[in-house]
Design a protein around this ligand. Structure first.
Ligand code: PLP
Length: 383
């Protein structure tokens, strides 16, 4: 029989699936999966139900419902003073994941290079490759997860089409500083690069950290494609409603692909998310304090267990250094923790193409119920 496409021949099962299966097989507490093990807000679920009852159940317009596109435009204006035209510059997608796929396929010609800052969210590299592009890794060096401007500039060639930035950053929990963002944006302008800015954790910020959208930096509005989604902000990752904010030309290209990939996105969920976005100013303080409580608890417990690191300023992840505990690599140590301590984490070396720095860390997700975090801490005692 003929073989499947070469394009995907190097693809492997995602690390998340592998870890989740191992966690199930070993009855381990799962702090690997990057999503809450509790439900999002009751009021928003009720709105979704209402939207179905009101008859929002047929195909939505392919670019997204007018209500949701308007509410996305409103929140960018309200929080960041960014002005997007909902008719031509905002496109609704099946989560940020579809958005990333569309952007890569809208911009990349075969052989074009795309800079990925490692450790990276794994769908970037897959989407670049599916578009026929070449991912070029630049390492965010531990423990600050900072990029060396000279290394970044050296990685840029005449074939570089874009750079992917994730802010706040999964897995490190880093919130990029204004100086760092300016350094990246200056290079993007100097070398005429697009920047895809993945901002799905934009509202998950602690200790006074502020989110600075890449598109808001001087000279960056036109060349930045911002991707975000409702999944993390409302703790409803299964709803899979995302969006792309980009100039009209790039939006049109993304929409041309979207119309043949998914055509349109769940109508009642879009309408519910629009209502959710409208209520962001009232909703966010409670949301942030819920996650801050989890972060503070888990961070203190990890410190008591002897792990030394800085508490993350954003996202619901912690990159925890393991060198003081073991000589094992991240993969072997995570297997050991699953089997011996019944706690599952993600070995971050899966998020690197070049550097081995990830082998000295494990990624813990603290978006879990109090009892889940307490069980994990109890299982880790004696490490
Ligand atoms: C950095 C980053 N981007 C994108 C996504 C995917 O978002 P969505 O669930 O909206 O597709 C995730 C999910 O974990 C993520 O961590």
């Amino acid at each position: 029989m003929k073989d499947t496409a070469l394009r995907i021949s190097e693809f492997k099962d995602s690390i998340f699936g592998v870890i989740s299966k191992l966690a199930r097989d070993n009855s381990a507490v799962n702090l690997g999966q990057g999503f809450p093990d509790f439900d999002g807000p009751e009021w928003l679920k009720e709105i979704a139900h209402q939207k179905m009852q009101e008859g929002h159940n047929q195909y939505a317009p392919f670019q997204g419902t007018p209500f949701l596109r308007q509410e996305v435009a409103n929140y960018y204006k309200h929080f960041y003073n960014l002005k997007y035209n909902p008719e031509t510059e905002i496109t609704i997608t099946v989560g940020a994941t579809e958005a990333i796929y569309l952007v890569m396929n809208a911009l990349i010609n075969p052989g074009d290079e795309a800079i990925v800052l490692e450790p990276f969210y794994d769908s970037y590299v897959a989407s670049i490759k599916m578009a026929g592009g070449v991912p070029v890794p630049v390492t965010m060096h531990a423990p600050e997860f900072s990029v060396d401007p000279r290394e970044l500039e050296k990685a840029i060639t005449s074939r570089t089409k874009l750079l992917i930035l994730n802010n706040p950053h999964n897995p490190s929990g880093k919130v990029w500083t204004k100086e760092e963002l300016l350094m990246i944006s200056e290079l993007a302008q100097k070398h005429d690069l697009f920047v895809m800015s993945d901002e799905v954790y934009e509202f998950l910020l602690f200790d006074g950290a502020k989110h600075l959208p890449t598109a808001s930096l001087e000279g960056m509005f036109e060349r930045t494609i911002t991707v975000s989604s409702a999944g993390k902000t409302f703790g409803l990752t299964g709803w899979k409603i995302g969006w792309i904010c980009a100039n009209e030309k790039v939006s049109k290209a993304c929409r041309l692909i979207h119309q043949y990939i998914t055509f349109s996105v769940s109508t009642p969920m879009q309408e519910a998310v629009a209502e959710g976005l409208r209520r962001l100013p009232e909703y966010l303080p409670g949301f942030v304090s819920l996650y801050k409580g989890k972060r503070d608890y888990f961070y203190q417990e990890m410190k008591k267990l002897g792990f030394e690191f800085k508490s993350p300023l954003g996202t619901y992840f912690m990159m925890v250094p393991i060198s003081s505990k073991t000589k094992l690599s991240d993969v072997d140590y995570s297997m050991k923790l699953i089997q011996d301590n019944k706690v599952a984490t993600v070995p971050p070396s899966a998020f690197y193409l070049k550097s081995t720095e990830g082998e000295r860390y494990l990624r813990f997700c603290f978006a879990k119920k109090e009892e889940t975090l307490m069980s994990a801490v109890a299982n880790l005692q004696g490490l």
